[in-house]
Design a protein around this ligand. Structure first.
Ligand SMILES: [Zn+2]
Length: 135
């Protein structure tokens, strides 16, 4: 409820699209403990990449449940393959437990709570852009 100008200002969150995207990616990396979901390699802000579990051009969207923390090597090797076709026991770093974790991740709702900004809740717009509203 907004009672005065101060309330309005307190609820106003300014976030550029670039920062929003950065924050969103950051959340995914943090959720995976900065480790590659496929091979468990330790990553940092320079080496972590986002892999789209279902590739974008195959209909995958920019939603959390389809985005995963990956090292650049796994990301490149997976390429445009489907997860089930690529992440199999023939892959050097395959682990059943990790596959289970990835599947569990995909089943989660796409809502995400931002730890560093308690007052902001992101939402996904119709064209799958990420937006932010004050909660
Ligand atoms: Zn990897």
């Amino acid at each position: 409820m907004i009672h005065c100008e101060q309330d309005l200002l307190a609820n106003l969150i300014e976030l550029s699209p670039k920062n929003a995207r950065h924050k969103f990616r950051q959340c995914i990396f943090e959720a995976w403990d900065w480790k590659c979901a496929y091979c468990d390699k330790e990553l940092n802000k320079d080496t972590a990449t986002i892999d789209h579990i279902l590739p974008k051009f195959k209909g995958g969207h920019n939603v959390k449940s389809n985005m995963i923390c990956s090292c650049s090597k796994c990301n490149r090797l997976k390429g445009s393959n489907h997860l089930e076709d690529w992440y199999t026991p023939t892959y050097k770093f395959y682990q059943e437990e990790r596959l289970g974790k990835i599947k569990y991740w995909m089943e989660q709702s796409s809502s995400i709570k931002i730890l560093s900004s308690d007052n902001a809740t992101p939402y996904i717009t119709n064209d799958f852009d990420i937006g932010w509203v004050a909660s």
